[in-house]
Design a protein around this ligand. Sequence first.
Ligand SMILES: NC(=O)c1ccc[n+]([C@@H]2O[C@H](COP(=O)([O-])OP(=O)(O)OC[C@H]3O[C@@H](n4cnc5c(N)ncnc54)[C@H](OP(=O)(O)O)[C@@H]3O)[C@@H](O)[C@H]2O)c1
Length: 350
Amino acid sequence: MDVVVAGSHGFIGSALVADLLARGHDVRRLVRPGSAARRRSPAPAAGSPTAGSPAAGSTAASPAAGSTAGSPAAGSTAAGSTRGPGVVARGTVVDLPWDPYAGDLSPAALEGADAVVNLAGAGIGDRRWTPAYRREILRSRVATTGLLARTLASLDEPGVLVQSTGIGAYGNRGDETLTETSSRGDDFLADVVKAWESAAEPAAEAGVRVAHLRSGIVLAPRGGALGRLLPLIRLGLGGPLGSGRQWWPWITLPDELAVFRYAIEHPLAGPVNTVAPDLATNAQVVRAVARALHRPAVLPVPRIALRVAVGQFADDLLRSQRAVPAVLEAAGFRWEHPTLESAARWVAEG
Ligand SMILES: NC(=O)c1ccc[n+]([C@@H]2O[C@H](COP(=O)([O-])OP(=O)(O)OC[C@H]3O[C@@H](n4cnc5c(N)ncnc54)[C@H](OP(=O)(O)O)[C@@H]3O)[C@@H](O)[C@H]2O)c1
């Protein structure tokens, strides 16, 4: 496959690029002005390829960033090669410039791709949510999605847009079971997801297949929300967050990447709850990880400590969303880590 990835240098994006390349797919990374990717020559992080993936031990191609716009061939590329005694299939990677805030993206950058994956957006857990940063969280998602959608809509061939959004679409919902047909929430993140998903409408109206992956909390040994909580858990300090009774929709990073690949290759469209089927409260998630790390997890983590560890994202972590992956289950998707126990074991081994 040939896949365009926007937001390719973040926690999920860098792992997805490495995973796709390792599987022999070609990747076109969209690089923003001022992106860290333009200041260094990035090799996609090893990420966390799924077990048995050819990625293990292979390095991804590492092109110079900021190549010229136009045909993908105009960008800098690195070809796959073989490595070691076994043949390791590797794709090629090319970096192409775009400027979402200026509305600047060459249609040729998307032309002929099997899918466009959009993971771009200002970090949710990175900074204090001042009014200005809230605007940035929203604008960065709407501008990127809108530009990709309009550009895809302008192409002759209707393509595929796999859009990362968030389970925050449902707001704070207590013990209610949430499927993709449930109503939306009415808090800040729910409003962001609504605008984010709406920004893709020009593509859907033009016949592009658009899947909105409403992702839960992505669990990994490094990076993401859990990555920041793990030092607390390793110290035996990470007990339930707040009351601990909130439902925490979770998914491991390898399964998150697998859902992206699945959504590219299967006819999923519309919202897709991208979570594991083993529903758990935050106390259960933290306890399972602590157990796998052979640490006690007894002391509750108050909101204030959580704020220090993960910033305003704490408020998101303290919301309750009992989200079930109805669309993925109906489609026959198979999780590598379907149970909390298997997920916690994988995190602890990482
Ligand atoms: N991690 C989770 O648990 C989780 C859960 C639910 C939803 N999500 C959503 O999934 C997406 C990817 O998550 P992630 O954890 O990989 O996020 P991340 O590490 O913060 O990466 C997001 C990427 O977006 C791009 N970006 C940053 N600021 C931007 C701006 N102002 N305008 C446009 N693009 C900008 C950057 O990529 P480039 O430098 O390559 O442009 C960055 O690497 C995000 O939209 C996030 O909200 C994540």
